[in-house]
Design a protein around this ligand. Structure first.
Ligand code: NAP
Length: 448
């Protein structure tokens, strides 16, 4: 075991040296590597074949200029990224994030996580991620369209249904995917539905894709609860964010009998003890693109706390659905102290390493993002299946498939954690189960 630990520590130090300043990427790599000692003991051939070193190095990284013109005629220059991380299981697959905080380290952390998440779905998809430091907030539809068109004018040469299939993430929803698909079609003169997922229903999208990440997160938490003979019924739930994942996580919690009592955006927190009015949130955020603060104009007994901390609100279940590192050690301690019994990560890497340790030490149910939010990409893969067969499934059938996939992911994580001697540790279960699937394919494909 000490030799194996040393091997892993050496690999981690190399990752830090080779990728200076990319702290989020280091954090994501460290979290996976910490789970892998037991795997290398059981399968030393992975070390001999340098599988971990190869997985930590993206197959390809593309960085490009994205010039665009605003409504006043001023020219702006943003930076675009696509990191094609690992294609051992299938074409690169992963979303595009448009947010001012985006830089290479964020895209690489997301792309790295995506490799294992996609493997966990059991579907034939590799891992990748992309985006831009473009800030869509406050921009008109015309500005968004021109930005998306410029972004795709470079990206189109790197993607394709058999190569790399982007989707949405923070700041990229149905509107943006539509503009990008339109530009791809125009440049290539190909109606290649399978090149992007998250498309609108009128031009090749899938039922349930919009809802999938939020629904899937709740299905995963429900499985964790069921394994302890519990469920959502009557539970007080916090859902951070008020975007795509947050909205549909809230909808599913309400369907399963729980009550979401708080949500947020990057400016503040809404607390509504009678239960969040989801129709109102959807109207404000999805239709009118307003701030969550305006909720209290319509629900006057709800409270808005500017710059508030949602994790201070006592709850039974917490679903972080906004962004990375939104739960720090102190927040995790507060959640545990207030009696929280389960965490399900709709967002990617929302809990800091210190926070994860708090949850694990307290032995509360903790579903890490790469397992809990895999329903989004899984349904993207179902969209690709429908596109390939020129078919369109019903909402009910697609949701059934999603639910079954989330059950399977839960089972795989649960059983893998038991097999490797840490029952109940979903972090190790997810990392190890995902890693082994990718590693076996890499071994089979030779040194490529
Ligand atoms: P979205 O629709 O753009 O919503 C993001 C939400 O999070 C917004 O309410 C946003 O508030 C809030 N937020 C963003 N940055 C924040 C910050 N620094 N502090 C507080 N709140 C912040 O994005 P999304 O698709 O729901 O994605 C949310 C998370 O889920 C991300 O971690 C993403 O990687 C992950 N995820 C998404 C999918 C998917 O299918 N969409 C799949 C798997 C995982 P503002 O409006 O104020 O910025």
């Amino acid at each position: 075991m000490p030799d194996v630990r040393e091997t892993i520590e050496t690999i981690y130090q190399q990752v830090i040296t080779r990728n200076p300043g990319e702290t989020e990427f280091h954090q994501a790599v460290n979290e996976v590597l910490e789970s892998l000692s037991v795997v290398l003991v059981k399968y030393p051939e992975y070390a001999d074949q340098r599988i971990i070193e190869r997985i930590c190095e993206p197959e390809r990284q593309i960085i490009f200029r994205v010039p665009w013109t605003d409504d006043k005629g001023d020219i702006h220059i943003n930076r675009g990224f696509r990191v094609e991380f690992n294609s051992a299981l299938g074409p690169y697959k992963g979303g595009l994030r448009f947010h001012p905080s985006v830089y290479l380290g964020i895209i690489k952390f997301l792309g790295f996580e995506q490799i294992f998440k996609n493997a966990l779905t059991g579907l034939p998809i590799g891992g990748g991620k992309g985006g831009s430091d473009f800030d869509p907030k406050g921009r008109s539809d015309g500005e968004i369209m021109r930005f998306c068109q410029s972004f795709m004018t470079e990206l189109y040469r790197h993607i394709g249904q058999y190569t790399d299939v982007p989707a949405g993430d923070i700041g990229v929803g149905g509107r943006e995917i539509g503009y990008m698909f339109g530009q791809y079609k125009r440049i290539t003169n190909r109606y290649e539905s399978g090149v992007l997922t998250g498309k609108g229903m009128c031009y090749g999208g899938s039922q349930v894709r919009t809802e999938a990440t939020g629904y899937g997160t709740v299905f995963f938490v429900d499985e964790m609860l069921k394994a302890h003979k519990d469920g959502f019924e009557g539970k007080r739930v916090l859902v951070s964010g008020s975007g795509n994942v947050a909205i549909y996580a809230t909808e599913k919690v309400h369907e399963l009998g729980g009550k979401v009592i708080a949500c947020s955006d990057s400016n503040g927190v809404i607390i509504d003890e009678k239960g969040i009015n989801l129709e109102l949130v959807q109207q404000l955020k999805e239709v009118e693109r307003r701030r969550i603060k305006d909720y209290t104009k319509y629900e006057t007994d709800a409270r808005y706390i500017e710059k508030g901390n949602i994790w201070d609100v006592p709850c039974d279940i917490a679903l972080p659905c906004a962004t990375q590192n939104e739960i720090n050690t102190k927040d995790a301690k507060t959640l545990v102290k207030n009696g929280c019994i389960a965490i399900g990560e709709g967002a990617n890497m929302p809990t800091s390493p210190g926070g994860i340790k708090v949850f694990q030490d307290a032995k509360i149910l903790y579903g890490p993002g790469k397992a809990a939010n895999a329903g989004g990409v899984a349904t993207s893969a179902l969209e690709m299946q429908q596109n390939a067969s020129r078919d369109s499934w019903t909402f009910e059938y697609t949701e059934e498939r999603l639910q079954q996939i989330m059950k399977n992911i839960h089972r795989d994580c649960f059983e893998t954690a038991e097999e490797f001697g840490e029952p109940g540790n979903y972090v190790m279960g997810a990392n190890v189960a995902g890693f082994i699937r990718v590693a076996d394919s890499m071994m089979a494909l030779g040194v490529v």
